[in-house]
Design a protein around this ligand. Structure first.
Ligand code: NAP
Length: 248
C-alpha cells in the first residue's frame, strides 16, 4: 500500500471498534504503520489482523487509557520497536450518561479519566520524542457535545470541552517545535456508542441534522487523514466539526 502517510508511524487509541477502527484502517491504507490500541486485546488484534491481511502494516496492543503506568510502558515499547512515532490519535472514549442531580462520583470520574486524562497522558508520553524530532501530529477526538453541551451528559460534555482546551494549549505550547494538535468534533456517527440509543432519540436527532442522517466512522477517518497528513501541514489548534451541519 502507498499513500500520503508512507514512512510514518501512527498510534490510534480505541482502535478496536467504531471510529478508531476506521481511522486505523484509513491510515494503514495511506501507508502508515499503525499501532492499534484498544482496551480489549481481541478487538485490537482483530483490527490489526484485518489491516495486515489487506497488505498494510499494523501492530495490536491492549492498553487501558485510564492506566498511567501502562501508557508510559506502552509508549516506550512502541518507540523502541518503531524508532519514532509521527501521529497520535486520542480516540478512546466512553459515555456514562445520567442527569446531573443523580450522577455518581464514579460516573463523573471514569468519563473524565478515560476521555480527558487518557489523552493528556498519551500526549505527555509523546511530547519529548515529538520535540526531539521536531515533528508530530496530534488529533484528539472530541464531540459536538463539547461545544454545545447536552442534557444528561455533563460528564461527557465536560470531558470533550476539556479536550478542546487541552488541544489548543498543546498547539500553542508545541508549535515552535513543529508539532501540531487539532480536534475533530464528530456529530452523531453510527457506531456501538450510538447503536445503544433509543430509536425515538435517533429519529429526533436526525431531524436536527441538515444533511439528514448520522455519519459513518469513515467520515471521521477522512477528516483525520486530512489533518494527519501533509494536507494538514499548516493547520493547528483547530476544531474540525464533522456532523452533517448539526452545529453551525
Ligand atoms: P465505541 O464504538 O464505543 O468504541 C470505543 C473504543 O474506545 C473501543 O475501541 C474501546 O476499546 C475504546 N476504549 C474505551 N475505553 C477505553 C479505555 N479505558 N482504554 C482503552 N480503550 C478504551 O465508540 P465510538 O463511537 O467509535 O467513539 C470513538 C470516539 O469518538 C470516542 O471518544 C467518542 O466519545 C467519540 N465520539 C463518538 C460519536 C458517535 O456518534 N459515535 C460522536 C462524537 C464523538 P474496546 O473495544 O477494546 O473496549
Amino acid at each position: 500500500m502507498s499513500g500520503i502517510l508512507e514512512n510514518t508511524t501512527a498510534i490510534v487509541t480505541g482502535a478496536g471498534r467504531g471510529i478508531g477502527r476506521a481511522i486505523a484502517m484509513k491510515f494503514a491504507a495511506a501507508g502508515a504503520t499503525v499501532y492499534c490500541l484498544s482496551r480489549t486485546e481481541a478487538n485490537a488484534a482483530a483490527v490489526a489482523a484485518e489491516i495486515t491481511d489487506a497488505g498494510g502494516k499494523a501492530r495490536p496492543m491492549a492498553v487501558d487509557v485510564a492506566d498511567a503506568g501502562a501508557i508510559e510502558a506502552c509508549a516506550a515499547a512502541i518507540l523502541k520497536e518503531a524508532g519514532s512515532v509521527d501521529i497520535l490519535v486520542n480516540n478512546a472514549g466512553i459515555t456514562r450518561d445520567g442527569l446531573l442531580m443523580r450522577m455518581s462520583d464514579d460516573d463523573w470520574d471514569i468519563v473524565l479519566q478515560t476521555n480527558l486524562k487518557g489523552a493528556f497522558l498519551w500526549t505527555r508520553a509523546l511530547t519529548r520524542p515529538f520535540m526531539k524530532q521536531r515533528r508530530g501530529a496530534i488529533i484528539n477526538i472530541a464531540s459536538v457535545v463539547g461545544l454545545v453541551g447536552n442534557a444528561g451528559q455533563a460528564n461527557y460534555a465536560a470531558s470533550k470541552a476539556g479536550l478542546i482546551g487541552l488541544t489548543k494549549s498543546t498547539a500553542k505550547e508545541l508549535a515552535s517545535r513543529g508539532i501540531r494538535a487539532n480536534v475533530i468534533a464528530p456529530g452523531f456517527i453510527r457506531t456501538d456508542m450510538t447503536d445503544a440509543l433509543d430509536q425515538k432519540i435517533i429519529d429526533g436527532v436526525k431531524q436536527q441534522i441538515p444533511l439528514g442522517d448520522f455519519g459513518t466512522p469513515g467520515n471521521i477517518a477522512d477528516a483525520a487523514l486530512f489533518l494527519a497528513g501533509p494536507t494538514g501541514a499548516y493547520i493547528t489548534g483547530q476544531v474540525l466539526t464533522v456532523d452533517g451541519g448539526m452545529v453551525m
